[in-house]
Design a protein around this ligand. Structure first.
Ligand SMILES: [Zn+2]
Length: 280
């Protein structure tokens, strides 16, 4: 099946967000106060042209996010630690149309998590079923939302996602992951819990013939950081994040897997070549 990497602009972040520095509260403080910036990193979403209908994983960022006042001005993260560039034609809606996919062809959208650069394109999919882990939605829609870095006031008014834990299928173990849910009747697209970057973050594994493609969201910023099991600068619980990184590493080394993340500059190349994870 065709899996498209859709780059919705770029984001620059502090290097101490990409790879955490220090432990405990100082890791998150170091991330905010770091003065070193990454190069502009891609913001990827993924479109899976599945025989049962198009499935998206994440929706990328919106061009509106580059307008002054889109994010709360007082928020330390948006003020100090992130620079986003998205042109209107880089949004996911126009890019899908260029690929010949109408947004109404999108059957299901799986959200790895609800951070702004994954949820920015939601408004293009009012007719699609949108799957979000219950814990992620509660965290993003709850009282502390803005502090947690979710600009939920920018969500479309119709946004009432389906909770992944409400799906009818019984959760089953999947490799080292204790539970999983299938998105397709064919059983070839699977959601697994990958908590760390956010407490209820999920990933999607596509099995396409002999290929296994791991769409990892923000499990890690790059493949190398996953292999080194390096926790990022934003994960609220370091131990949880490290446990997930270990499971993902075990998974991709146990069976040939193409591993792609939302912000790894090499993701689209690896996907196009179906290049499996190799340990140097
Ligand atoms: Zn994120």
């Amino acid at each position: 099946m065709n899996i498209h990497a859709i780059q919705t602009g770029t984001v620059s972040i502090h290097t101490a967000q990409q790879e955490g520095k220090g432990h405990g509260a100082s890791r998150q403080l170091n991330m905010l106060l770091d003065r070193a910036w990454t190069n502009p990193l891609p913001i990827y979403a993924w479109a899976i042209e599945h025989p049962e209908g198009v499935i998206l994983v994440d929706t990328g960022e919106t061009a509106q996010s580059t307008r002054p006042g889109y994010f709360p001005r007082w928020h330390p993260y948006f003020l100090l630690a992130v620079r986003t560039h998205v042109r209107p034609e880089e949004e996911i809606g126009p890019q899908l149309r260029t690929l010949g996919i109408s947004p109404t062809d999108v059957r299901t959208v799986v959200m790895t998590h609800l951070h702004t650069d994954h949820a920015g394109g939601l408004r293009s999919f009012p007719k699609s079923e949108i799957l979000v882990a219950r814990g992620e939605y509660n965290r993003a829609a709850g009282f502390k939302v803005i502090l947690n870095g979710y600009p939920s006031n920018r969500w479309p008014s119709w946004f009432t996602p389906t909770s992944i834990s409400f799906m009818t299928m019984r959760p089953e173990p999947f490799g080292p992951f204790g539970e999983s849910v299938k998105v397709t009747r064919a059983g070839d697209v699977t959601i697994i819990p990958t908590p760390g970057h956010t407490p209820a973050h999920v990933s999607v594994v596509v099995q396409d013939g002999g290929d296994t493609i791991f769409l990892a969201g923000d499990v890690s910023y790059t493949q190398a950081l996953m292999l080194r099991e390096r926790v990022d600068g934003v994960a609220p619980d370091e131990a949880v994040a490290r446990e997930t990184l270990g499971k993902v590493r075990d998974f991709v080394l146990a069976q040939p897997t193409v591993y792609v993340t939302a912000h790894d500059p090499e993701s689209s190349v690896r996907l196009a070549k179906r290049a499996i994870v190799k340990v140097a």
